[in-house]
Design a protein around this ligand. Structure first.
Ligand code: 5GP
Ligand code: ZN
Length: 103
């Protein structure tokens, strides 16, 4: 989507450091971290939120991405958060999972 900030980052229209990438997702640091480590696992394809994703391959790759980026960065203990919908706290309507950790 042309006016979507995470699509622009996915398409490299807005430069951003990718900490991890596979064919389905990429991982960046949250711009406004709420923990010492705060990452976002973002789908390359635009989905408004989890409810819009039906492809089991994509669903699997999201969790694979979460595990692999944590393994690569040596993050052993972490919280994973997915906000679905405005009243649940979703602010950016392009699927992303938060990874929060202390170290
Ligand atoms: P949500 O509330 O939708 O689950 O989370 C959106 C998150 O995206 C927030 O934690 C916010 O700080 C982060 N965010 C919003 N815009 C940008 C951006 O342009 N770059 C990065 N790296 N993070 C962003
Ligand atoms: Zn998007």
């Amino acid at each position: 989507m042309s006016d979507c900030i995470f699509c622009k980052i996915a398409n490299k229209e807005i430069p951003s450091e990718f900490l991890y990438e596979n064919d389905y997702v990429f991982v960046i640091k949250d711009i406004n971290p709420k923990a010492p480590i705060h990452l976002l696992v973002i789908t390359k394809e635009h989905f408004a939120n989890l409810n819009e994703i039906s492809d089991e391959k994509v669903l699997g790759e999201i969790f694979k991405g979460i595990k692999e980026v944590c393994k690569e960065l040596g993050i052993k203990e972490y919280k994973t958060l997915i906000n679905t919908g405005k009243s649940a706290g979703q602010e950016v309507f392009h699927f992303h999972a938060h990874i929060l950790a202390d170290k």
